[in-house]
Design a protein around this ligand. Structure first.
Ligand code: H2B
Length: 95
């Protein structure tokens, strides 16, 4: 089982992933995206879905027209792990 981030690693998140917000309970990070239209938003989601499958780590997300909201957490560990950070960095590289 992968370990959840330490307190010190969590404290570093605003610096290491500045576009993601850490939930008050420290178990999830979230980023909101807005695109030109639905088609662009859905194309982005398709690319994220391929990344998620490649990493075997999947987002909790929602889409409303041109908006996509992504939450990352490692359900198997009950909180944030290095898997979330790796996926967040890969998503940032796409956006
Ligand atoms: N995604 C996320 N976000 N958390 C998990 O704990 C998780 C996952 N577990 N994707 C993966 C799938 C696991 O169930 C498989 C067996 O790799």
């Amino acid at each position: 089982m992968i370990a959840v981030l330490t307190e010190a690693e969590r404290a570093n998140l605003p610096a290491s992933l500045p576009q993601w917000q850490v939930a008050p309970d420290g178990k999830t990070i979230m980023r909101r995206f807005r695109f030109a239209d639905f088609s662009t938003a859905f194309a982005f989601m398709t690319r994220v879905a391929l990344l998620a499958e490649a990493q075997q780590h999947h987002p909790d997300w929602s889409n409303v027209y041109d908006r996509v909201e992504i939450r990352l957490s490692t359900h198997d560990a009950g909180g944030l792990t290095a898997r979330d950070l790796r996926l967040a960095r890969a998503i940032d590289a796409l956006a």
